[in-house]
Design a protein around this ligand. Structure first.
Ligand SMILES: *[C@@H]1O[C@H](CO)[C@@H](O)[C@H](O)[C@H]1NC(C)=O
Ligand SMILES: *[C@@H]1O[C@H](CO)[C@@H](O)[C@H](O)[C@H]1NC(C)=O
Ligand SMILES: *[C@@H]1O[C@H](CO)[C@@H](O)[C@H](O)[C@H]1NC(C)=O
Ligand SMILES: *[C@@H]1O[C@H](CO)[C@@H](O)[C@H](O)[C@H]1NC(C)=O
Length: 271
């Protein structure tokens, strides 16, 4: 991933927010909301019956307490750095996780789920939650926050909070490039246009729900994603198979020769 340009785009956004906001909170905005795929999933995948998992080493190896907690990374994600730059004391909880309760919700939440895309069918292939459903969860979140702090305070959180979206790579990596039904009937540009329409609709829907600060980043260079760098696709299939909830069952069917360090290394970097 072109991490630097991702960070740069995010930093510019944060800078523009710092310049436009009075410092009424310990942090620069009341809340941070995150939507998207594995690049920003902080553990929602632990609570969903999806086949794309990271609840095994070496994931999280360089994270606080060296715990593997569902990030598709050895350490922090770009959005973790964003939360720190905005001066939050803790990271936004994974909305589907145990931490997303009570006052923890008042600093925002993370709705992202690995393997999801703009295009609902992309998520379906991997049993992930598409953007449209992340939006439903965000609506449900609104109700919880209104119950906690009342209408007026809640709408300050929604309108003052920053909404960050990182999605679209999965639609190419896990769908377009491997799906002849799509790639024989549409050019990459046509497919991209249809994704963009869905992206725009998502931003409009967020805005309809009261969001006023929405951060949009471009797709990271897809060729740098480990899943696309892997020449031998069997290994990806194995990796997904290996991390499947019915793993014990799967292990019986996989030749021992496939249990190489290469697999672990690749699976630690995300999809
Ligand atoms: C790390 O471990 C300490 C001690 O067990 C705990 O208090 C702290 O909350 C943990 N931090 C995270 C981010 O898990
Ligand atoms: C709502 O906001 C007011 C200030 O505008 C504050 O005094 C009050 O404590 C808040 N209520 C809750 C439940 O946080
Ligand atoms: C379309 O999908 C097929 C089947 O997986 C794949 O071999 C091919 O490279 C894809 N074509 C493009 C242009 O992505
Ligand atoms: C892919 O990896 C598997 C498992 O190591 C191996 O059996 C297979 O021959 C490899 N295929 C190619 C084309 O290298």
């Amino acid at each position: 991933m072109d991490f630097m340009s991702y960070i740069l785009a995010s930093s510019l956004l944060i800078l523009s927010m710092i310049l436009s906001l009075p410092l009424t909170y310990g942090q620069l905005v009341p809340a941070l909301f995150i939507f998207g795929d594995s690049a920003v999933d902080v553990g929602n995948n632990n609570n969903v019956w999806t086949i794309v998992k990271v609840n095994f080493p070496p994931h999280g190896r360089d994270f606080i307490n060296k715990t593997s907690i569902g990030r598709f990374s050895n350490g922090k994600l770009a959005t973790d750095f964003i939360a720190e730059s905005l001066l939050f004391n803790s990271y936004q909880p994974a909305y589907l996780g145990r931490e997303a309760r009570g006052r923890n919700l008042l600093i925002g939440a993370n709705f992202a789920l690995a393997a999801s895309g703009c295009y609902d069918a992309t998520a379906d292939i991997f049993l992930a939650i598409p953007l449209s459903e992340q939006l439903q969860n965000y609506e449900e979140y609104h109700e919880k926050v209104v119950m906690l702090v009342g209408d007026a305070n809640a709408s300050t959180i929604f309108s003052g909070g920053m909404h960050k979206i990182s999605t679209g790579s999965s639609d190419f990596v896990q769908n377009y490039y491997i799906n002849p039904l799509l790639n024989n009937t549409r050019t990459p540009e046509q497919f991209f246009d249809s994704l963009l329409q869905k992206y725009v609709k998502f931003v409009e829907d967020l805005s309809g729900l009261g969001a006023r600060k929405i951060g949009v980043t471009t797709l990271p260079p897809i060729g740098c994603l480990p899943a696309t760098r892997l020449k031998n696709l069997t290994l990806i299939v194995f990796d997904i198979y290996h991390s499947h909830p019915n793993k014990n069952h799967a292990e019986h069917d996989v030749p021992p020769s496939m249990e190489s360090p290469e697999i672990e290394r690749v699976s630690s970097l995300g999809y």
